[in-house]
Ligand binder design. Structure first.
Ligand code: ATP
Length: 207
């Protein structure tokens, strides 16, 4: 981690009775977020991405979210939903760097064929779409990744590929990551620190 100034700073973040959450995530650092189903993990990620009204403060490199235009904040602090939405027919329509070397490298890193880029999304498996959604997210070159169970539909080999790609991206770009996972083994593998919510959305444990 190149610097001690937080990439992402959260102060008193709350939404619908969930929180408050305070956290400082350094460049290159990954924070795992866990808690029972319904605890509020998704709502907190959406609050950080400024997708829903919330309380508290989020800062990127010490700049408050309020000084960013909403689309700029959401590009820099990018949220990957557990069930990503698609607005066009094929993966290529969503990927700016599909034909660039970096785009090809990332496809290969996730064991995706380039021919897949032109297939209708409706004809791809949920695991293929989940990996493509991660590529779409990285395409925007975010400084913070908010990952909501990004390997939920994947087998062990592809889980390892996703974990490696995210780790490489964060290390290369000094990006921060908040990774929601129900898998304790995955949280230990990917995260430098962990934070847990109880069933009522309060922070109960940090490590
Ligand atoms: N837009 C919303 N407005 C009000 N309540 C909501 C909204 N979205 C979800 N909820 C509720 O807020 C609580 C937290 O939901 P959330 O999706 O954040 O849980 P989660 O911890 O991500 O769960 P899971 O592990 O099952 O994905 C749940 O009780 C849910 O029903």
């Amino acid at each position: 981690m190149a610097s001690t100034r937080p990439r992402l700073l959260l102060r008193g973040l709350s939404i619908g009775g969930i929180g408050p959450l305070d956290a400082a995530i350094a460049p290159g650092e990954c924070l795992a977020l866990s808690g029972p189903s319904g605890a509020g993990k998704t709502r907190l990620l959406r609050a950080i991405a400024d997708l829903d009204p919330h309380g508290g403060e989020c800062r990127l490199d010490d700049r408050p979210a309020g000084v960013f235009a909403a689309p700029a904040w959401r590009r820099a602090v990018a949220y990957l939903p557990a069930e990503p939405a698609w607005w066009a027919d094929t993966p290529r329509d969503h990927l700016r760097t599909a034909d660039a070397p970096a785009g090809h490298d990332r496809l290969a890193a996730l064991d995706l064929e380039t021919t897949m880029l032109d297939r209708p999304l409706t004809q791809l498996s949920s695991g293929q779409r989940q990996r493509l959604a991660l590529l779409r997210l990285l395409d925007g070159q975010p400084q913070v990744l908010l990952l909501d169970e990004p390997t939920a539909n994947l087998d062990a080999d592809n889980i390892a590929r996703v974990e490696a790609l995210v780790a490489d991206y964060c290390a290369e770009r000094d990006a921060a990551c908040v990774w929601v996972s129900h898998d304790p083994g995955q949280r230990r593998r990917v995260a430098h620190r962990q934070l847990a919510l109880d069933g009522r959305g309060r922070v109960t444990a940090c490590s």
